[in-house]
Design a protein. Structure first.
Length: 273
């Protein structure tokens, strides 16, 4: 699986969002540690979504769904899919906030669709999350859900984000994007009972791994649209409070901690404890 990554390419459209903590992985580090090269693509080098045909995958998935902005979201998917295919990328991170702020359309549905199809797609340009998504896909076969660590309670952690893969959730609806109130986002109920949480640091030297049980599906109004609460042991919750490796965590259905820990040893990546 490690060898399968050698020589592959990932892309960053735009830049790493400035508010992210420990999320900007050096291209040299990514290539040296994982064998994956990073291609940085400015938004000016990407076609304007308004000039392309909407991707039928989204149109068909939500046929009959009355959601203003669905056409534009499908056009963004056309653009991102084109970049991935033309440049032969195995994964892509997208600086999405500039898109919604300047053009009033989100990349949420497009990223969710790419993840569902098996192309790892991270939002906010988070390269640490992208690196984690790439190796998680290589070793488990699943593209994980990249989510915000929104709240840490006495019993667990609440994860939220607007780009959950369509294969990970049910009862999906398309509300507006949380932070801006614009365009569309993915809201759904995570279909898992036991999950594994995973995060790499920005130097690809340390990792956080935890197995937990889904305890609830919150419906908070002050957070991103897909929401889940995961019960974790007290020692792992304390690690998230005192030694977080970044803003986002990756969630994979099932128990994978032993396997992930084993494969990280091959790259001398330590699991914090």
């Amino acid at each position: 699986a490690w060898q399968s990554l050698c020589g592959k390419k990932a892309g960053l459209i735009g830049s790493v969002s400035e508010w992210l903590v420990a999320s900007d992985v050096s291209p040299d580090v990514l290539r040296k540690n994982f064998g994956v090269s990073l291609e940085v693509i400015p938004w000016t080098g990407v076609p304007d979504f308004k000039g392309v045909v909407p991707d039928k995958t989204l149109s068909d998935r939500f046929a009959g769904y009355d959601a203003p902005g669905l056409k534009e979201a499908a056009q963004v998917l056309t653009v991102l899919r084109g970049v991935v295919e033309e440049r032969e990328l195995m994964a892509v991170a997208v600086e999405c906030f500039s898109l919604v702020q300047q053009r009033k359309v989100t990349a949420c549905l497009a990223l969710a669709q790419l993840n569902t199809e098996g192309t790892a797609a991270a939002c906010e340009g988070d390269l640490a999350s992208l690196a984690g998504m790439v190796i998680t896909k290589a070793f488990t076969g699943h593209v994980p859900w990249m989510a915000n660590t929104t709240r840490i309670t006495q019993e667990g952690v609440i994860l939220t984000h607007c780009t959950a893969g369509f294969d990970l959730a049910s009862n999906i609806s398309l509300p507006t994007h949380y932070e801006t109130g614009l365009s569309l986002a993915v809201a759904g109920m995570i279909d898992a009972s036991v999950v594994t949480l995973f995060r790499l640091d920005d130097r690809l030297e340390k990792a956080f791994i935890a197995e937990g049980r889904v305890s609830s599906h919150p419906q908070m109004t002050d957070a991103c649209r897909t929401q889940v609460e995961i019960e974790l042991p007290a020692n792992l919750l304390e690690l998230l409070r005192s030694r977080p490796l970044g803003n986002h965590l990756l969630m994979i259905p099932g128990r994978h901690s032993e396997f992930l820990s084993m494969m990280l040893k091959y790259k001398a990546i330590g699991v914090i404890s």
